[in-house]
Design a binder for this molecule. Structure first.
Ligand code: ZN
Ligand code: ZN
Ligand code: ZN
Length: 956
């Protein structure tokens, strides 16, 4: 310890002459307190309303909000979706578009109705509807505050609700347009039915329980013509062997289904030949306890066009159909198809153009239309025994047993269900080639990610019907009047419009209360002339309600917002909202409702399991807010690529925390060094900036343009990663590290410091606006700190523009020089590090570098440009000074020969690091040869003189 000077006293007094950083902007966010205060302020300042009006008259950008269901608190999936929408709309608003965003809520439907019905004793439809309205309204209020709490800016005071009277009327009018154009049909559909409750059941209302049923095997004989077609002799008594556990449905049989491209065996069984799936012969042999001889193996395709006799109804001839769903693991692989008695049978029948025959009453009895007529009036339970006796009499029963199996039951009365065809309303997808037109329209839509196009295309192409009617209460009534005499359904444009007008006045309750004569006078049934009408009780599928929002919301806004620029939902909406919106917009407007569709995945835990109540692995939005702050939650949203699952994992959350800290600290560094900078007075013109500052600014400007493009493309992950990288590698590790010296040491209002401050201010301003769509709270707080004259919320300000700077002729060269400087610095830092490790130097300022750049250096051209820009021919010191600053060392000497120098990682760049000669300046720590007793370097001496000079003068 050779230095006897009291360094503390000296450096303290010098320290007072440094421009040390100052800011009130805290290192850590206080989100719990600050975020709600900011939301209050946004409300007070009318930010929500102003944002909707902002840029009015400029090009609009319309994101059409898919309505969440108004039932329960929002979960993480809702938060994720709405934040994504908020990021993209904020970014477009800042890019100069007019971006009104109307949030929506889906209010009708089963979950609300079921909950309300459980709590009510009065089950009058009007009472139920009113209670449903109240329940939905309550949750809308709750969710609205929860969404607002996420910093989302939408027109919260003017949402669209599918239960508002206007919207309800619009839904019915949209239905009316579809009806007028011929898309609406009434047809049979097979549904699950409880014969004791006399109602259909939704799949959620079906319970499964074990029960015993008959298990029978019977023969459907081949017709003589088909025997001939197959080259078999009819005398052999040949038929398909069919297995069923519901013999009562056999009179309703309309076909036998086989599996395509599968081998079937022709088997000798006593005095006859039966056809069964080849794979099932051993099981059948075991069941019948008989040796079975396979006479021939026939591929199923050879049975195309074959016809059969019904096992006991002589008049009935039946077709063979083919379907992949036919199983070869039980039964006979020859499946009895009764389209009126099973959902799969129904689907096969519709696809194959086979009659949906279902003469079964609501109480589970055969009606007068049944054949054989002896069955009329019997219950289906009585039908079981009757059919078995009929099979025995016809000699077609092969085996009779009992099976215990899982069977659907009613959740209310616990009786076994049957399937029964009832008249339902359908949207005909084939009418006017709607399905094909929709498939072509999908090609015109832009998809993010692109593979969404195939998904939506496949979903629409594979859709084979759209059943519009539901036997429920809480929804839009299908306002048909049914003739009690003949079941004719009266539904015309006039009737629909009358009901729509009534609903616009008093809601869907209108249908329950209006008198039929008010609607149609004394009109008689055009089919049977009776005048006994009853109101239909079906309501519309809720996907129709939300699907026509393009008609009720987009098309009615002035000016019209149809079509929307973007629909943005989870990828499960291909089957749901995207599809119902697309089909109805094609039917009503003749064009798709959206120009682009952006989708995202589902929220999953760190093991990749979908979050669900039953697994108990859900994460509440509030849990993430408590840990990360609201902006942390928003930043998390931006980390997730819309290609994959929405993951919540510890690694990801840690990463988000780290990135947030990085961005915040970078902004804080800039704020700290701008405490005495007034942008209106102290700015240095960009063409006068110090070279190094100018290069940094040009580089930032180019980065900024890339980020704006990423926002425009909805690539928020790129924004997240790029901003994090930029803060680390370009700012903290490079620019900030280099300019620290100038900011702290130089004269406060001198050119050198103002040049760096100008760049910091421009970067801070650009960065704050750039992060505002994601870090909406933090950006507002930063703006408060550096925008000294208040310019309104950051969310009503545009992105920064560097167009003028980037248009200057040499910006490309400037960027190349910046990249070169970065790589030279990295290479020299490694040599410095070696010296530090060897103990030769501690701080980089203790070092001097001798540097040679050879013509074999890959970026020699850029190096020449830099030399030219520095005017190095005339004043070589300028280039040395720039390099000295770049490496934060005390001296850089440029030499032409590489002799005695060390190679670096860059070919052609050689250098030697040595201990800087001289003494350490006590003020700035730079080393310089000095004979002065105080050891001050030349720079600091000048500064100290200038600082003390005015003081002396003032004392005079
Ligand atoms: Zn029941
Ligand atoms: Zn009639
Ligand atoms: Zn100094």
């Amino acid at each position: 310890m050779a230095e006897p000077r009291d360094e503390t006293t000296v450096s303290l007094s010098y320290k007072e002459t440094l421009n040390l950083p100052v800011t009130n902007f805290p290192m850590r966010p206080n989100a719990k307190v600050d975020d709600p205060l900011l939301i209050e302020r946004w409300k007070r300042e009318g930010l929500y309303e102003r944002a909707m009006e902002h840029n009015k008259g400029k090009a609009p950008y319309i994101l059409h909000d898919g309505p969440p269901y108004a039932n329960g608190h929002i979960h993480l999936g809702h938060a994720y979706n709405k934040i994504l929408k908020d990021i993209i709309t904020k970014a477009y608003r800042m890019a100069g578009y007019h971006v009104p965003v109307t949030p929506g809520w889906d209010c009708h439907g089963l979950p609300i109705e079921l909950k309300v019905v459980k709590e009510l004793t009065d089950h009058n439809p009007v009472t139920i509807k009113r209670a449903c309205r109240l329940s939905a309204q309550k949750w809308i209020e709750v969710q609205r505050e929860e969404f607002r709490r996420l910093g989302i800016i939408m027109d919260w005071e003017h949402p669209y609700l599918t239960m508002s009277f206007d919207y309800e009327a619009a839904t019915l009018r949209a239905f009316g347009i579809c009806h007028e154009r011929g898309f609406i049909k009434r047809n049979y559909k097979t549904v699950a039915w409880c014969t004791s409750c006399e109602t259909t059941l939704a799949s959620a209302e079906i319970e499964y329980a074990d029960r015993k049923d008959p298990s029978i095997y019977c023969v459907f004989p081949l017709t003589a013509a088909s025997c001939q077609q197959l080259g078999l002799s009819p005398e052999d008594k040949i038929g398909f062997l069919v297995w069923t556990t519901t013999p009562w449905t056999l009179p309703l049989n309309r076909a036998v289904a086989l599996k395509p491209q599968t081998d079937y065996a022709l088997v000798r069984l006593d005095d006859r030949l039966v056809i069964v799936g080849d794979a099932l012969v051993p099981a059948l042999s075991a069941l019948l306890k008989k040796e079975l001889t396979i006479v021939a193996t026939i591929p199923s395709d050879r049975f195309a066009g074959v016809t059969l006799h019904h096992p006991f109804i002589a008049a009935q001839t039946l077709p063979i159909i083919f379907d992949e769903s036919v199983g070869t693991d039980e039964g006979t692989a020859c499946v009895h198809i009764a389209p009126g008695c099973g959902p799969i049978d129904y689907e096969l029948a519709v696809r194959n153009g086979i009659e949906v025959y279902s003469p079964i009453s609501s109480t589970g009895r055969y009606t007068q239309e049944i054949l054989p007529t002896e069955l009329a009036g019997l219950s289906v339970v009585e039908g079981q025994g009757w059919v078995i006796r009929a099979l025995e009499a016809a000699g077609t029963l092969i085996h009779k047993g009992v099976i215990q199996h899982s069977y659907p039951h009613c959740w209310r009365c616990h009786n076994g269900l049957i399937f029964r065809a009832t008249k339902q309303w359908f949207f005909d997808l084939q009418h006017r080639n709607l399905q094909d037109a929709t498939l072509s329209a999908i090609d015109q839509i832009t998809f993010i990610p692109p593979h969404g196009k195939q998904s939506l295309h496949a979903t629409v192409a594979h859709r084979w019907e759209w059943c519009l009617s539901r036997q429920r209460i809480w929804g839009i009534p299908i306002p048909a009047l049914l003739c009690q005499q003949c079941d004719y359904a009266l539904l015309d444009d006039q009737l629909i419009e009358r009901v729509a007008a009534g609903i616009a006045e008093s809601g869907v309750e209108f249908w329950d209360t209006v008198a039929i004569t008010t609607l149609i006078g004394d009109k008689r049934c055009p089919h049977c002339a009776a005048a006994t009408w009853i109101k239909g009780t079906d309501i519309l599928d809720v996907w129709f309600d939300s699907g026509i929002s393009h008609y009720a919301v987009l098309a009615t806004s002035k000016p019209s917002h149809f079509p929307a620029d973007i629909y943005l939902e989870g990828s499960d909406q291909y089957r749901g909202w995207f599809q119902s919106s697309l089909l109805t917009s094609m039917a009503i407007e003749g064009a798709p409702a959206m120009r682009s569709i952006m989708t995202h995945g589902f929220t999953v835990d760190d093991k990749g399991r979908k979050m669900s109540k039953s697994l108990g692995n859900g994460v509440e939005p509030q849990t993430l807010i408590d840990r990360l702050g609201t902006d942390g939650l928003r930043l998390w949203v931006s980390t997730i690529s819309n290609e994959g699952d929405v993951v919540v994992s510890e690694t990801l959350l840690k990463n988000v925390e780290q990135v947030y800290r990085k961005i915040r600290n970078s902004c804080r560094f800039m704020l700290q060094n701008l405490f005495d900078f007034d942008a209106s007075k102290d700015m240095v013109a960009t063409e006068q900036l110090l070279l190094f500052d100018r290069y940094a600014l040009v580089n930032f400007a180019a980065f900024h343009e890339r980020m704006r493009a990423a926002y425009k493309n909805g690539d928020f992950t790129l924004v997240f990663h790029s901003i994090a990288d930029y803060c680390t590698t370009e700012l903290s590790a490079l620019y900030f590290d280099v300019v620290k010296d100038r900011l702290y040491v130089e004269v406060a209002d001198g050119f050198e410091r103002r040049s760096a401050q100008t760049v910091l201010w421009l970067m801070l301003d650009g960065m704050t606006r750039l992060i505002a769509p994601i870090l909406s709270f933090t950006a507002e707080q930063i703006a408060d700190s550096y925008q000294h004259s208040w310019q309104g919320s950051i969310h009503l300000q545009p992105f920064a523009s560097y167009a003028a700077l980037l248009a200057e002729p040499h910006t490309n060269e400037d960027q190349a020089i910046w990249a070169m400087l970065r790589s030279i610095r990295d290479a020299l830092m490694k040599l410095l590090e070696e010296q530090r490790a060897a103990g030769t130097i501690k701080h980089s300022l203790e070092a001097a570098i001798t540097l040679s750049i050879g013509s074999d250096y890959a970026q020699f051209h850029d190096w020449s440009l830099l030399k030219k820009a520095c005017g190095a021919e005339k004043s070589p010191d300028k280039l040395s000074a720039l390099l000295q600053e770049l490496c934060v060392v005390s001296q850089v000497t440029l030499v032409s020969s590489a002799e005695g120098l060390q190679a670096t990682e860059l070919t052609g760049v050689t250098a030697r690091v040595s201990v800087a000669p001289g003494v350490k300046c006590p003020r700035c720590w730079r080393w310089q040869e000095s004979t002065a007793a105080d050891g001050l370097c030349d720079r600091c001496r000048k500064i100290m003189t200038s600082l003390s000079a005015p003081q002396e003068r003032s004392e005079l």
